[in-house]
Design a binder for this molecule. Structure first.
Ligand code: 16G
Length: 248
């Protein structure tokens, strides 16, 4: 029996937050699992449902819980640490941490590059690029939506013989086309999810997104890939090692 102290100077919703955090810390509520519904918690704790809602909302805002629309409220998974210094593929990253990578191909085709994207890739406007839009998943949990363009002349016919819901693009490029990627320029910006992104990533509308762009170079020094990806802000944390530069 859990007793909340109605006479305490600490508001009831704060006591409920502490109670839920204790359940997470002790492992009673497990990462990635659904917690009891608002109704069930209000019955267990014998408090008004609105008070439970306020506590849950604040825990969601703080990132301890996350709402999956139509499913319920879940204990957040610990965030993924992504190293920013190494050029890796999604498949390599997930495999390294013992998770199963997969993708849902949302669209794939070869199209003439737009003027703006041609500049990013340093190619003439209209040159054919492979466009591949994928929802990337780790152990079946959606992590990111990647919209990539790859200069088609480096990988003729790549979309014909491959299933990119299972295969790694970087592996196919290396093993079949001999394209070794050597360096990338990457930037990260914060923004809110669009309604389409929130549906695909199974997050709340307006949840935070880390919008990443990557321009990747091959060993020949040419820009070959331009990718714009929407990473789920609640599931990622980026890390970099910084070195002191005495000339600055
Ligand atoms: C990473 C890359 C992406 C690349 C993909 C290839 C970003 C920030 N990074 O997600 O540019 O296309 O890996 O993955 O988007 P794959 O080899 O597993 O198909």
């Amino acid at each position: 029996m859990i007793v909340l102290d109605a006479n305490s100077s600490k508001p009831l919703y704060e006591q409920i937050k502490e109670y839920i955090l204790r359940q997470i810390q002790s492992g009673t509520y497990v990462h990635g699992e659904r917690i009891p519904s608002e109704r069930s918690l209000s019955e267990t704790l014998n408090v008004n449902r609105l008070t439970v809602k306020k506590a849950l909302d604040e825990l969601v805002q703080a990132g301890h819980l996350s709402v999956q629309i139509g499913k319920g409220t879940y204990v957040s998974q610990p965030k993924f640490d992504l190293q920013l210094e190494t050029l890796t593929s999604f498949t390599e990253e997930m495999t390294r941490r013992g998770q199963r990578p997969s993708s849902r191909v949302l669209s794939a085709g070869v199209l003439p590059v737009t003027l703006a994207d041609a500049r990013k890739l340093s190619i003439p406007p209209g040159e054919p690029v492979v466009m591949l839009v994928r929802l990337r998943l780790a152990d079946d949990v959606p992590m990111a939506i990647e919209r990539l363009q790859f200069v088609a002349s480096h990988c003729p016919g790549i979309l014909d013989g491959h299933d990119f819901s299972r295969e790694s693009l970087y592996e196919v490029l290396l093993h079949e086309y001999g394209v070794q990627l050597i360096r990338a320029e990457q930037s990260i910006e914060a923004r809110r999810a669009t309604s389409e992104e929130s549906r695909l990533l199974e997050i709340m509308p307006n949840d935070p997104i880390l919008d990443m762009t990557r321009v990747t170079y091959s060993t020949s020094g040419q820009r070959v890939e331009y990718t714009r990806s929407a990473y789920c802000g609640s599931r990622y944390k980026f890390q970099a090692v910084l070195k002191y530069n005495p000339t600055h």
